[in-house]
Design a binder for this molecule. Structure first.
Ligand code: ITT
Length: 194
């Protein structure tokens, strides 16, 4: 059994990553398994820099390979916002308040194209490698669905016409999501490197 350490304390991400690696010989650990590790800073304005910064911060406390995911929603009509600030887009920083703010800022806009972006930084003794995943879609005008997390109830992925990301099963979301796509590439990376 090889253990992979994902530098995230987002329980939803952990659930998606564990579901993706079910039925494989990999054991997944996250920061939820290391409650003494302090929260990693994410001070940069690119997904790549934040992902590397999170992974390197956590690597100080662990042995071996660490993988960090920095992700977010990039909305064309808002010049790429909320982007790297997706988690703290609203003052409250809750998913609900973030979604309310986004729908309000999109009110009356006809260009609703957007994409979820995920960048994994994989850090080990040899250095940092990056893997990216993107999921194209549109911002809805209202909420739908109970699944997923974050902006999922207002994101309509191009791959599942007529359903929001929050209306997909975990397996469906993992098959087309930004994180799922990055994980598919990461699996290939693991076959070559471990
Ligand atoms: P960690 O840093 O501990 O991994 P986090 O939630 O802070 O957890 P990010 O800094 O990567 O993670 O912020 C990502 C934010 O982008 C997240 O809080 C959501 O608001 C949004 N987001 C990312 N992936 C998403 C997804 O699959 N569905 C919906 N929203 C997502």
């Amino acid at each position: 059994m090889t253990t992979l350490i994902f530098a995230t304390s987002n329980a939803h991400k952990v659930e998606e990553i564990k579901a993706f690696f079910a039925d494989t010989p990999y054991t997944i650990q996250s920061l939820l398994d290391f409650p003494d590790i302090p929260e990693a800073p994410e001070p940069f304005d690119t997904f790549h820099q934040n992902a590397e910064s999170k992974a390197k911060f956590v690597q100080q406390y662990t042995n071996g390979m660490v993988i960090a995911d920095d992700s977010g929603l990039v909305v064309d009509a808002l010049n790429g916002q909320p982007g790297v600030f997706s988690k703290r887009y609203s003052n409250e920083g809750t998913a609900e308040a973030n979604n309310v703010k986004l729908l309000s800022n999109m009110k009356g806009l006809s260009n609703r194209t957007a994409r979820f972006v995920c960048v994994f930084a994989i850090v080990d003794q040899k250095g940092t490698q990056y893997i990216e995943g993107v999921c194209e879609g549109n911002i809805a005008t209202e909420y739908s669905g109970q699944g997923g997390f974050g902006y999922d109830p207002i994101f309509l992925p191009t791959d599942f016409i007529g359903r929001s990301m929050a209306e997909l099963s975990m397996a469906e979301k993992n098959s087309i999501s930004h994180r799922g796509r990055a994980l598919q590439q990461f699996k290939k990376f693991l076959l070559k490197h471990i």
